[in-house]
Ligand binder design. Structure first.
Ligand code: PLP
Length: 402
């Protein structure tokens, strides 16, 4: 039997992420003693807050290591509602604690989609949405906004309606705001209008709000309307991976959803994970019950401004404004058609990303990974000196194109 046939057709088609390939090119440079500037990161650096660490250690010391409730610790589920300001609108029976936000997403797809149902994503979907939907036997479809980059790739209600007309089997629309990779934030009116379309069409509106505390210029996160009309269709996904330092590996996320959907997810989870690790749930509980430390958001805003200033020197590149998240989105279509000093023609964002790694040691996320060739995702959750030196190295590499 050939290797491919030993693996299911579905999973055999999964590709490792492009960023991993770039990382191996970067490692080759490092071996040669050349500098590398990593803008591919999807998490913040720094110290884990002592109260988060101590809560995990205490849980181990006190033997909190037996099976827990598959829905997650009841105290954590209650605290999740307070963290989201939803304690008056939902109860713990609406919350499932999961192994990262990723598992919440897979739970949702598996719980509400029948085979071949359509799930609609926004125009630059985060890399794992599609594999997760496919793993759940659903068909992922990207909603392409008519306004395109004029509205920074944000989906409008008219875009969503147009797609719903074409796809009667749509079960849900997944909105990610703040958006990874574009760094955009949907306003309260934009969220409301999209939610309204979903309610009218009787499809789920799934809001992935994983970066919701990282909104700049003192903005507050535009909350979706939660009332009797929206509650049956609204599902929110969140977690601790992005809004705190060094917490991605704790693997805790959650969903807040209608009771029937939550029940289905808990049932599923009871069979395949029995809920996430209990000690890390205690760490998550400590993280979200302390008053939120805005230090991370302030530091990231400073990095965003630094990167923006340095990036003014980049030839052929337009840098989008970043109202939220820690990703700068670069329009690199101006580079297409140019030649590298070795004569290689740069024709896609993967070519540009590869060139920047090989010529300057600058690691970015090519837009092809997010179904938007023409752009690079640049994470600025990296030390200031790396931002300055890395953007300068990229500027020098771009100047060498002809
Ligand atoms: N949703 C978005 C938009 C993300 O960027 C990520 C992680 O990068 C996830 C979900 C998954 O988060 P977690 O690491 O908590 O599983």
């Amino acid at each position: 039997m050939r290797e491919l046939e030993r693996i299911s057709t579905k999973l055999a088609k999964f590709r490792p992420s492009l960023t991993l390939e770039l990382k191996s090119l970067a490692a080759e440079r490092e071996e040669r003693g050349l500098p590398v500037y990593d803008f591919g990161l999807g998490e913040t650096k720094g110290e884990l807050a002592p109260h988060i660490r101590e809560a995990g250690i205490r849980a181990y010391r006190e033997g909190q290591t037996m099976y827990g409730d598959p829905a997650g610790l009841i105290e954590l589920r209650r605290s999740v509602l307070e963290w989201l300001g939803l304690q008056d609108r939902y109860g713990p029976e609406n919350v499932v604690i999961t192994a990262g936000a990723k598992q919440s997403l897979l739970n949702i797809f598996l719980s509400v989609c029948n085979p071949a149902d359509t799930v609609l994503f926004d125009a630059a979907p985060w890399v794992s949405y599609q594999p997760l939907a496919i793993a759940a036997y659903a068909s992922p479809i990207m909603v392409l906004p008519r306004a395109g980059e004029l509205n920074r790739l944000k989906v409008s209600p008219a875009d969503l309606k147009r797609n719903l007309k074409m796809r009667p089997h749509a079960r849900l629309f997944l909105l990610n705001s703040p958006v990874n990779p574009t760094g955009q934030l949907y306003s309260a009116d934009e969220v409301e209008a999209l939610l309204q379309v979903c309610v009218e069409h009787g499809i789920f509106f799934v809001l992935d709000r994983l970066y919701w505390r990282i909104v700049f210029e003192g903005r507050t996160y535009p909350e979706p309307r939660v009332d009797d009309e929206t509650r049956p269709w609204l599902i929110q996904v969140d977690g601790i991976s992005k809004n705190f330092r060094r917490t991605g590996g704790l693997r805790i996320g959650w969903s807040v959803a209608p009771v029937d959907v939550t029940r289905a997810m808990v049932n599923l989870q009871s069979h395949y994970t029995s809920g996430p690790a209990v000690p890390t749930q205690y760490s998550a509980l400590a993280a979200i019950t302390e008053p939120y430390d805005e230090e991370l958001c302030r530091a990231l805003q400073g990095k965003r401004d630094l990167l923006r200033k340095e990036a003014e020197a980049l030839a052929y590149v337009e840098v989008w404004p970043t109202p939220a998240s820690f990703y700068s989105f670069w329009d690199v279509r101006g580079v297409f058609g140019k030649r590298a000093p070795d004569g290689r023609l740069l024709e896609s964002s993967s070519d540009v990303a590869e060139y920047l790694v090989q010529a300057a040691g600058v690691v970015t996320g090519p837009g092809t990974a997010f179904m938007q060739d023409g752009y690079l995702r640049v994470s600025f959750a990296t030390p200031d000196d790396q931002i300055v030196a890395g953007v300068r190295a990229a500027a020098t590499a771009l100047e060498q194109l002809s």
